[in-house]
Design a protein around this ligand. Sequence first.
Ligand SMILES: Cc1cc2nc3c(=O)[nH]c(=O)nc-3n(C[C@H](O)[C@H](O)[C@H](O)COP(=O)(O)OP(=O)(O)OC[C@H]3O[C@@H](n4cnc5c(N)ncnc54)[C@H](O)[C@@H]3O)c2cc1C
Length: 221
Amino acid sequence: MSSNLNGDLRRVRIEWVRQIAENAYVLEYQRFFDFEAGQIISIALSADESPRMYSIASGERDENIQVLFNVVNEGHLTPALSCLKAGDYLWTSAGFGKFTGTTGKAWWIAQGTGIAPFASMFRSGQREGKVLIHGGRYPDSFYYSDEFEPVLGENYIRCCSREIVSGTFHGRVTDYLNSIGPLSAEPLYYLCGSSEMVVETRDLLIKKGVPFTRIVGEIYF
Ligand SMILES: Cc1cc2nc3c(=O)[nH]c(=O)nc-3n(C[C@H](O)[C@H](O)[C@H](O)COP(=O)(O)OP(=O)(O)OC[C@H]3O[C@@H](n4cnc5c(N)ncnc54)[C@H](O)[C@@H]3O)c2cc1C
């Protein structure tokens, strides 16, 4: 069993792997730990290789751990992860990290697979007073929309950057935020996505009146 900064990795059995969009997959494996919605895990294909980090997309009471991932074609782990089947094994840590949810008012602002920690918070029952803004390139990039849409209604805003699609804002999340008025300092603003997206969105929120201390970010690198 290998050790890393995030604790021991343990071998777990894959329950299923599904492709949900051209480049996006979801997998589930047997759960062996408790976690707080929004936390991450480390994953590797063997005990002696360097693991990658992934947000947990499951709710706190769900039976399995679910991970949403994009395949990075030239990447080490994700092309192999996408080929796993039920009954295969991977190595994973328990949950860790401080990007955890709130029962109070919050805006969840995500890009691509950065929706995963918000899926976890939502599936854990954190729904009251939430606004979700999700940026994606194509209409099939709005992972978990079938769960969010009926509950969040007009507080669920999809920003589609590469295609004009009815019912979605055409542009990036920053274009959407630029198109609306000043923002309240009351909610917490959670940002999750690439470093460019998190930094650009954070700067924009500050310009729109949100105090720095109300902004929480998780960067996927
Ligand atoms: C906190 C956190 C949470 C995350 N959560 C998620 C998530 O929920 N879902 C998700 O899809 N991703 C998530 N990520 C990203 C994830 O950890 C991986 O980085 C991603 O899946 C790519 O892994 P890979 O092994 O396939 O690619 P890698 O092998 O890590 O390669 C990634 C990129 O780096 C380039 N690269 C690799 N090695 C080098 C090198 N030596 N020099 C220059 N370039 C190099 C590759 O060409 C490629 O473009 C998260 C990251 C962090 C930090």
